[in-house]
Design a protein around this ligand. Structure first.
Ligand code: HEM
Length: 332
C-alpha cells in the first residue's frame, strides 16, 4: 500500500509539472517567435520612435536598442557626406586649376616700386600661421575619419592605417585647442576692417580685379578677403562648438544632439576646406606679391596701390609717408 501511495504522489507531481509547463509554454513560445516579436518591436517603434530597455550598468543610455533616426544618420555619414566632401573639395580644386590655366597669375601691373609698407605685424602673422597649421592638420585628420577607411586602408594595410589613424585622432583632438584660440584672436584682431561697406559692393560689381584686369578701390581688406574672414570666424566657430560636443559626448545633449553635431561639423568642415583652398590659391600662385604680406609682413607699395589703394592712402596719412605715387622701377 505504501508503494502505491508513493507511486500516486510521484504521478500527481509529474502531472502537476506537465500542467505547469504546458500553461507556461505558450508565452515562452510567443517570446521566441521571431514574427510575433518583430510585430511588437514595430509597434514600439511606431509609438515611441525608439526601442529602449532597462540595463543594470550605470550608463542607462546603453539600454537604447533601436533609434530609427540613427539609420538616417548612418546613411548621411556613410554616403551623403562622402558626396558632399568629394564634390566640394574636388570641385573647388578643378575650378581653381581651370581658372589658373585660363587667367594665370594676377601680375603686378606697375611692377615693383622697391618701397615696402608693413601690412601685418609679427603677432598677426604668428596667429595666422598657428591657425593655418592647425587647420591643415585638422582637415587632413578629419578627412581620414571620413574617407580613410575606403581610400587609405586598401593602400597601406590595417596595421599602418590603425597606427596613423590613432595619431591623426590625437592630433585632431589636441590641435583643436590652439585652433579655437586662433579663431578667437583672428576675430578680435581683424574685426575692424572686415565690416562690409559700400566700397565692397563696387568691388564685387567690378569682379574684384581677379576676374578681369581691373583694380577696384579697397581699404585694408577687400570684399573677397572679408568673405574669407567671416567664413573663418563663423565656420571656425561652428566646427569648434560642434567639435567639442562630439569630443565630450553626451555632456551637452542626447543622441539626437550628437547626430546633429556630427552632421553640422562634417558639412561645415568640407565647405570650409573648399573655401580655404581658394584662399591658399590667391595667397600663393593666384596673385603676385600677395604671399609677402603673410611671409615677411611687408608688401610692395605698388602692390598696395593696385589692390588696396584706400588703405595705402590711410597709411600714408597716418605715417606721413607718400607711397601713393610709388612708380615702377623694374619696368621703367
Ligand atoms: C575646435 C576645433 C575642432 C574640434 C574640437 C573637432 C572635433 C572633432 C571630433 C571630436 C570629431 C569626431 C571624431 C570621431 O568620430 O572620432 C571630428 C570629426 C571631424 N572633423 Fe573635427 N574638430 C575641429 C575642427 C575641425 C576642422 C577645422 C576641420 C576641417 C576643416 C575638421 C574636420 C573634421 C572632419 C572631416 C571630421 C570627420 C567627420 C566624419 O566623417 O564623421 N574638424 N572633429
Amino acid at each position: 500500500m505504501a508503494w502505491f501511495a508513493r507511486f500516486l504522489r510521484i504521478a500527481i507531481g509529474a502531472g502537476a509539472l506537465m500542467l505547469l509547463v504546458s500553461v507556461g509554454s505558450p508565452s515562452i513560445a510567443q517570446q521566441v517567435n521571431p514574427t510575433a516579436s518583430s510585430v511588437k518591436e514595430q509597434q514600439l517603434l511606431q509609438e515611441l520612435n525608439r526601442v529602449q530597455g532597462r540595463v543594470s550598468i550605470p550608463d542607462q543610455r546603453s539600454g537604447l536598442l533601436e533609434q530609427p533616426a540613427g539609420r538616417e544618420w548612418r546613411e548621411f555619414r556613410d554616403v551623403t557626406l562622402h558626396w558632399i566632401g568629394g564634390i566640394a573639395i574636388l570641385g573647388m580644386l578643378a575650378a581653381l586649376i581651370i581658372f589658373y590655366l585660363s587667367r594665370g597669375m594676377v601680375r603686378l601691373q606697375s611692377g615693383r616700386s622697391g618701397r615696402t609698407i608693413v601690412r601685418f605685424t609679427a603677432f598677426e602673422r604668428f596667429v595666422h600661421w598657428m591657425t593655418a597649421t592647425c587647420f591643415i592638420v585638422l582637415a587632413l585628420s578629419g578627412l581620414n575619419i571620413t574617407f580613410g577607411r575606403s581610400l587609405l586602408l586598401p593602400l597601406i594595410g590595417h596595421e599602418a592605417f590603425s597606427e596613423w589613424s590613432q595619431w591623426a585622432k590625437y592630433a585632431h583632438n589636441y590641435l583643436s585647442f590652439p585652433f579655437t584660440i586662433g579663431v578667437v584672436l583672428i576675430f578680435l584682431m581683424w574685426i575692424v576692417g572686415n565690416i562690409p561697406n559700400k566700397v565692397d559692393v563696387e568691388w564685387l560689381k567690378r569682379g574684384g580685379g581677379i576676374v578681369g584686369h581691373d583694380h577696384p578701390p579697397a581699404y585694408r581688406f577687400n570684399a573677397g578677403q572679408k568673405a574669407i574672414y567671416w567664413i573663418v570666424v563663423i565656420g571656425g566657430g561652428l566646427v569648434a562648438a560642434t567639435g567639442y560636443e562630439l569630443m565630450f559626448p553626451f555632456y551637452l545633449s542626447g543622441i539626437e544632439g550628437m547626430q546633429l553635431a556630427q552632421v553640422v561639423h562634417s558639412i561645415v568642415a568640407m565647405l570650409f576646406m573648399a573655401a580655404m583652398l581658394a584662399h591658399i590659391y590667391i595667397g600663393t600662385i593666384g596673385m603676385e606679391g600677395a604671399f609677402e604680406a603673410m611671409g615677411s609682413g611687408s608688401v610692395d607699395a605698388n602692390w598696395a596701390r593696385e589692390h588696396h589703394n584706400l588703405w595705402l592712402e590711410e597709411e600714408n596719412a597716418r605715417t606721413g609717408a607718400n607711397n601713393a605715387r610709388a612708380q615702377p622701377t623694374a619696368a621703367e
